[in-house]
Ligand binder design. Sequence first.
Ligand SMILES: C[S@@+](CC[C@H](N)C(=O)[O-])C[C@H]1O[C@@H](n2cnc3c(N)ncnc32)[C@H](O)[C@@H]1O
Length: 380
Amino acid sequence: MKKKKRKLFAELIQKYIGQGSEPVCPYFGECGGCMFQNVPYENQLLLKKEYLNSVLEGIAEADVIHPANPYMYRNRMDMVTAFGKKGLRRQGGYRHVVDIESCAIMQSRSNELFGKLRVLLEKIQDYDYLRHEGYLRYIVLRQARFTGEVMANFVVSSPENRLGFALIDILDDIDSSSLLLSDGLADLSIAPVFQTLKKGFITESFDGIEYMITPNSFFQSNSEIALQMYRKILAHVKGNTLDLYSGVGSISLFVASAADRVTGVEISEESVSTAVQNLENNEIKNVEFICRDAAEFVIEHKGEYQTLILDPPRSGMHPKMMSHIHEMNPERIIYMSCNPSTFRDDARLLENYKIDSFEAYDMFPQTPHIETLALLSRKQ
Ligand SMILES: C[S@@+](CC[C@H](N)C(=O)[O-])C[C@H]1O[C@@H](n2cnc3c(N)ncnc32)[C@H](O)[C@@H]1O
């Protein structure tokens, strides 16, 4: 997190800490995973509201932050395995890992699994990411909230399975497991699968729509909040709908029943092939997925869509995207964002549109992140 932002949050913590609350986690303060466990949850929501409204600079206003379960909500945790430790990086310190036995924001089945894996993998050589020596870089745990299925993936530095024997007793407890090869200098936990130890995917279910989650595909980190947001999006979809940055197709498939047709556009091949699989599994007929850069697609499809859904990555969209959207001329834009600054800048550029509603959701309790949903309509 940038220094200025960290300073602002430190001030807001002082303002909203009140009587304080006892952190549930013994690693709080040292571990970089959480920032607000010492602030009572109701006050965290007020803190985030103040932060959000200061970032938005009047472009929109959040009245409340929709609450979530404050703990045990995360669908995915990437546990670093380095320096004889298994856990998360130290707050503000990339060079250090905090050895953690369980994580208060990770879902419970993943926590149980992580506890067992810590012991079973004790003798497996970890990876020193400062000297670039060793084997096991990350244990990635993913859990689907509504089906309870869990996936354990192991990111390693060479294309060999040195875990087989250690995992023999635990594969029955896991729904999916893969080995991923990350053999470069970059510290990546997303990497090509070179061996599937079990199944290769888990399934999440939102109001009857089933989603396959593969080792590297994006899926929202908090299913309960994502489902609330998707229901809201569904209520505003009409006509031909373009879902840009569609990931594994989760929004496209969820809103298909309200649209004439839906096109999902996504740059990751793995996500698109999972989206196509999801489409077939759900037997939905009015949705197509296209593997393409979103900006390139929009330039070529002016005037074809009445509804545009945007859910860009945290880094934001192509700088020219807003002018391409103007040319595309959709009647309404549904903008889901995990980055209030880029949302603010984009909304300013959408001069032909007015914001009809704006809501914020606490997708990531205990952390500084906030998810927002804005509904915009074309000015007459
Ligand atoms: C925040 S995720 C949204 C996923 C999806 N809407 C969902 O709810 O699961 C952003 C997605 O944008 C994709 N992406 C990033 N850059 C892109 C680009 N230039 N064009 C198309 N998709 C892109 C990423 O691969 C990622 O799947």
